[in-house]
Design a protein around this ligand. Sequence first.
Ligand code: NAD
Length: 357
Amino acid sequence: MQASTLDLMQQMGHEQVAFCQDPHTGLNAIIAIHNTVLGPSLGGTRLWNYTSHQDAIVDALRLSRGMTYKSAISGLNLGGGKAVLIGDASKLKNEAYWRRYGRFVNSLNGKYITAEDVNTSKLDMEYIGMETKFVTGKPEYMGGSGDPSPLTAWGVYMGMKASAKKAFGSDSLAGKKVLVQGAGNVGRYLMEQLVKEGAKVYTSDINETKLKEVTDMFPSIEVVASDAIFDLEMDIYAPCALGATVNTESIEKMKCAVIAGGANNQLAEEDVHGPMLVKKGILYAPDFLINAGGIINISIEIDGYNKERAYSTVSKIYDRTLHIFDMAEKDAVHTQLAAMRMAEKRLTDIAKVHTGL
Ligand code: NAD
């Protein structure tokens, strides 16, 4: 029997899930609020043609919980939330659709703050912003922080350097062989830093145009076929495309010392693949720890955006990553678990501050 939404909320610890449907605009929206102990929940709006309502609910629940961990470990006073809109982006997106959705966001009175995600753009955020002030990640010309990808990539770069320090004894990436899987927004900005530092960069992407863009920009980058990436001997594997690329099959093939990338949910199953990496001697930089640069950037927009402050705050990912590696060693657990425990401790400590219990 399929678990009900309430069953899933209980299992995953969600506070609230709100649904909205509107026949005039075709809006079918789910806003999942996982945890607001640290502050209002923040997470992007994803528009996707889900095969079932259940798939959409599960995605909203899973993604909003991920945002709680990401903000908690990054020291932000934000909770975890995510919105999932069901349908075909090419048919639905227009001003009325986004403004109707904006009113739905507004009805939650700031318990959920939205931002861009898959299939949502700056213009969409502008329309949402006509109906609610609870929207962030606005374009620079509206006083917002603009595209978060450069900051996400910067955080990944910091996490990668910390990982190199732990694995190789120096945080220099000069001469290191790094494979960046995915030459999209995050991958491209990451490769820019790596090339600047003198790393030997390889990349793969299923989109030829993206590959051409990066190799035109950085001719020293070598392209590897998507189905051959794990045949390559490399120092660092940087997943910057999809989730779940670190799985039983790929770990068996991997010839690298470090995994540090920007993709969300890299481990197919945390409890299985975290320990498997430890056994194989591969150092894993927890994804939600090192790819938090985008959310950190957005959180700075809420207080009044300042780019310099954004970069210096995101740079703290370097020390945080080293700290998590130490914790994992001390407690003899895999690094993802050490990071999750640190996030959970902050949530528990601050909940006690609020309740006094
Ligand atoms: P993007 O869509 O710009 O880039 C992803 C790239 O991966 C695309 O070029 C796509 O063609 C490629 N790709 C898809 N399947 C592939 C495969 N099997 N092999 C190789 N390449 C493949 O997305 P992005 O904004 O760069 O985000 C990349 C990842 O980082 C995503 O998992 C995203 O959730 C995560 N992330 C992004 C941000 C951000 O600020 N953009 C923040 C946190 C996490």
